[in-house]
Structures are given as C-alpha cells and as structure tokens.
Design a binder for this molecule. Structure first.
Ligand SMILES: C[S@@+](CC[C@H](N)C(=O)[O-])C[C@H]1O[C@@H](n2cnc3c(N)ncnc32)[C@H](O)[C@@H]1O
Ligand SMILES: *[C@@H]1O[C@H](CO)[C@@H](O)[C@H](O)[C@H]1NC(C)=O
Ligand SMILES: *[C@@H]1O[C@H](CO)[C@@H](O)[C@H](O)[C@H]1NC(C)=O
Length: 246
C-alpha cells in the first residue's frame, strides 16, 4: 500500500506529538523514564554520582515507595545550583531515604548545614547510616516531625532571611504554604526548588476530583505572576520549578 505525503505528514505529526507529550513529563532515570534512550544518554554522559549516593539509590530501590526518590540527574542539577550560589544553609521538605539531602550536603563546605524534614521514622533509619558513611552526618540535621512545625520553629528562632536553598518535595496539598514559609526563610538571591510541578502532565487539565493536580496547577499559575521572584519551570524529572527570591 502506497502512503501519500499527507498521510506521512499526519503519521509524523502523531509521532512528534506523542514525543512532546512524553518529553513534557521526562520522568526519572530510575523509574518512569528509564527506558527513554535520550534520558539514558543524559545519565550516561553527565552523571557523576558519589559512591555512597549510588549505594543509597540502590538501597532505596528495594523500598516499595522508591518512585518517590528524586532522580539522580535532578539531584545533581540542584547540587550544582548549591555550588553556584555558595549555599551553606539548605532545607529539604520531605527527605524520604535521604538521597537528595546527602547530595546537597556533599555539595557544601564543612560549614554547610541541611535541615531535613521527614515524618517517617523508617525512612530516617534508612538514611542515617549512609550520611555517616559519606562523612557528612554533622552537616545534616534531620527533623522527624511535621515539616510545617519545623519551618515555624526556624522562623521563631529568628532564622528568616538566612537560608540559601529550599527543596519542596512533600505533601503536595500544602505546597503553597511551604512556598510562603520558604520565601520567608530564604535570603534575596536564594533559591526555592519545587518538585513535581508537572505531576505526570496532569496539571495541564486537572480533573475536577483531582485536588492534587489542581493545587499544583494553582501554585504554578500563582508563581507565574509573583513579582517577588524570578522563575523557571523545567521538564526535569516530574517537573521542577526554580524560584529565585528578588
Ligand atoms: C517525595 S518524598 C521525598 C523524596 C526525597 N526528597 C528524595 O531525595 O528522594 C516525600 C517525603 O515526605 C514525607 N512527608 C510527607 N508529608 C510530610 C510532612 N507533613 N512533614 C514531613 N515529612 C512529610 C514522606 O514521608 C516522604 O518520605
Ligand atoms: C547507557 O549505558 C548503558 C549501560 O552502559 C547502556 O546499556 C545503554 O545502551 C546506554 N544508552 C545510551 C543511550 O547511551
Ligand atoms: C562563591 O565563592 C567563591 C570562592 O570563595 C567566590 O569566588 C565566588 O564569587 C562566590 N560566588 C557567589 C555567587 O557568591
């Protein structure tokens, strides 16, 4: 059967559109996106993973919730942002088994400090031996309580305006509140990185019953207009917004 030019065009367009749909949600090299050759290429040709991070990643992949783990290529990007702005004070909202907290601590000088918020004891117990093995346990201050409480405690302790970097990665329905507290805690020129802002692409047309996608979409739209910050939304992992405080 001969295929005419027009049919070829529409087939091509369909492929391109499918590709675009996929690339808007690039996925993570350790889960959804691991069969994507371009993502493999990125990892093969740019990842420089500390040996203890590799061990922690492999350990975390044994956990049934490992899909929550930040992708290595994303953690490395955030570590490079930390180097770029000479960050010494960071907060992570949602530490899980500690992959990104460890990655941030390794990117900081001896004087660096990461406040890592995680409610679940089992995850904290997995993380801590790896922090020790990497020799950075003194740089990571794990707060095993509700993250909002920790942020309020930091503000009450007079630490507003002193943090360089915050990574928001827990409890999507509270993202807007975490964002406002984070903006209070960081200095001018400090960075807030917000994870999962594309939510597998579901933010594009959130279903009426999908409160998580609606919350993420509302925050994305609020940030777009927010004159207190500069903004980039990147198709890395599940979508990563980079907010710079003006
Ligand atoms: C997506 S995971 C974080 C992944 C992590 N950033 C990493 O580097 O792999 C979200 C974590 O936040 C924790 N969490 C959820 N709600 C929380 C809350 N209100 N306070 C503190 N931790 C919370 C969960 O137990 C879970 O481990
Ligand atoms: C990436 O590296 C893996 C392991 O060496 C290899 O199997 C895979 O073909 C590589 N993929 C690309 C696109 O470079
Ligand atoms: C970071 O520190 C280095 C070395 O101390 C310095 O040269 C550089 O200007 C600093 N960069 C920023 C953005 O502060």
């Amino acid at each position: 059967m001969a295929i005419d030019i027009k049919t070829m065009f529409f087939l091509g367009l369909a492929v391109v559109l499918t590709g675009v749909g996929k690339s808007a949600f690039i996925g993570k090299s350790h889960s959804g996106g691991k069969d994507d050759p371009v993502l493999q290429y990125i990892v093969n040709n740019s990842l420089r993973e500390h040996p203890v991070l590799t061990k922690l990643r492999l350990r975390t992949l044994e956990d049934p919730w490992s899909i929550m783990m930040v992708a290595s290529e994303q953690a490395q990007f955030m570590a490079n942002l930390i180097r770029l702005i000479n960050a010494t004070k960071a907060i992570e909202i949602g530490m899980y088994t500690g992959y990104n907290a460890l990655s941030m601590a390794l990117a900081m000088p001896q004087s660096g400090n990461v406040v890592a918020c995680e409610i679940q004891e089992t995850y904290v117990d997995i993380a801590k031996p790896f922090f020790k093995e990497a020799g950075v346990e003194n740089k990571i201050d794990v707060r095993q309580e509700i993250a909002m409480k920790t942020l309020d405690e930091l503000i009450a302790a007079g630490e507003a305006g002193t943090y360089d970097f915050v990574f928001i990665d827990a409890d999507k329905l509270n993202y807007d509140r975490y964002y406002e507290k984070s903006l209070e805690l960081i200095r001018t020129g400090g960075i807030i990185a917000i994870d999962n802002v594309l939510w597998s692409g579901k933010v594009v047309n959130p279903a009426p019953s999908d409160l998580t996608s609606q919350a993420l979409d509302a925050l994305n739209k609020k940030l777009h207009k927010d004159q207190r910050i500069d903004l980039s939304m990147l198709p890395v992992g599940d979508g990563l917004s980079i907010v710079i405080k003006r």
